[in-house]
Design a protein around this ligand. Structure first.
Ligand SMILES: *[C@@H]1O[C@H](CO)[C@@H](O)[C@H](O)[C@H]1NC(C)=O
Ligand SMILES: *[C@@H]1O[C@H](CO)[C@@H](O)[C@H](O)[C@H]1NC(C)=O
Ligand SMILES: *[C@@H]1O[C@H](CO)[C@@H](O)[C@H](O)[C@H]1NC(C)=O
Ligand SMILES: *[C@@H]1O[C@H](CO)[C@@H](O)[C@H](O)[C@H]1NC(C)=O
Length: 248
């Protein structure tokens, strides 16, 4: 009975994505996050609102260690943002020994604890496979932002996407699909560099959040902040402040 209901839900969601023409990424297990030696990365872990009060941690399969939220160390910070139903994990000074699997976990009281996300496999290498010029961008309501995603030349013929973590919706380079949202344009750059550019127009406050660029199985997260459209505010100043806040 349960199995039947699950299968049904599965088909319904497939149809949902087909109708919308938006392709979802199927979990994290196929993805790889490649970071330059000595580099840093911030990863979001989204959770259901009902877990706001529960304890959450970042689990490293390498040394089987748990790092609970609101822990700040020299090389690792795990910070809860209950207002956004997510916690962020920042890893710094990454070395080859950090290579491996990590999980975002919510302590629900059930055994085993709920595994909310199985994060992409982390790989440390001399040059990342996918990177972004800035991992934090900001724009204001009604305005535009563009994000340049760089990929290694061996990914030239791979699928290139821009995905939102929260609802798992993706936009694909070269897909002239009219059902794709016209406020998001994504195109390969013609300047001889291995890169593609995502342009989001007519920004809304609700577009704020976590996204990622991917090429093949390699991805890189990007945080977008959409600030209030306030004519009396100095937008240059506010974008400077939010950029700074993410480059700690
Ligand atoms: C942070 O990483 C650096 C570089 O690998 C290392 O030398 C340092 O001991 C680390 N700090 C902590 C607290 O582990
Ligand atoms: C962690 O910090 C966030 C904001 O910094 C706060 O809202 C939240 O309540 C804290 N959580 C815990 C468990 O202390
Ligand atoms: C999370 O899920 C993965 C893959 O199913 C599993 O290998 C891992 O042990 C789980 N981790 C925890 C803490 O439940
Ligand atoms: C189109 O995308 C924009 C930006 O992500 C979003 O605000 C808007 O709700 C989307 N519209 C539809 C019909 O999906």
């Amino acid at each position: 009975m349960t199995a039947y209901a699950k299968t049904n839900t599965f088909y319904i969601s497939i149809w949902f994505w087909l109708i919308l023409g938006v392709k979802s990424y199927d979990g994290w297990s196929n993805y790889v996050l490649t970071i330059q030696t000595g580099g840093s990365v911030t990863i979001p872990c989204h959770y259901d609102k009902k877990y706001t009060q529960q304890k959450k941690y970042w689990f490293s399969e390498i040394d089987k260690s748990n790092t609970y939220t609101n822990t700040t160390d020299e090389n690792l910070s795990v910070i809860d943002h209950p207002d956004q139903s997510l916690f962020t994990v920042t890893m710094r000074n990454l070395q080859n020994k950090h290579k491996g699997h990590y999980y975002c976990v919510v302590e629900t009281g059930e055994q085993p604890p709920i595994n909310i996300t199985y994060e992409p496999y982390l790989k440390i290498q001399s040059a990342p496979d996918v990177s972004v010029v800035s991992s934090s961008v900001s724009g204001h309501e009604g305005g535009d932002i563009s994000v340049k995603c760089l990929y290694s030349s061996r990914y030239q013929n791979k699928l290139k996407q821009w995905c939102r973590y929260k609802d798992q919706s993706c936009y694909t380079v070269g897909r002239a699909d009219t059902s794709q949202n016209s406020s998001v344009q994504i195109s390969d750059d013609d300047d001889g560099r291995s890169s593609f550019t995502v342009l989001m127009t007519g920004l809304r406050r609700t577009d704020s959040g976590w996204y990622f660029c991917s090429a093949g199985e390699a991805l890189n997260p990007v945080h977008l902040t959409v600030t209030e459209d306030d004519k009396y505010k100095n937008t240059c100043k506010s974008s400077y402040v939010s950029k700074k806040a993410f480059h700690l």
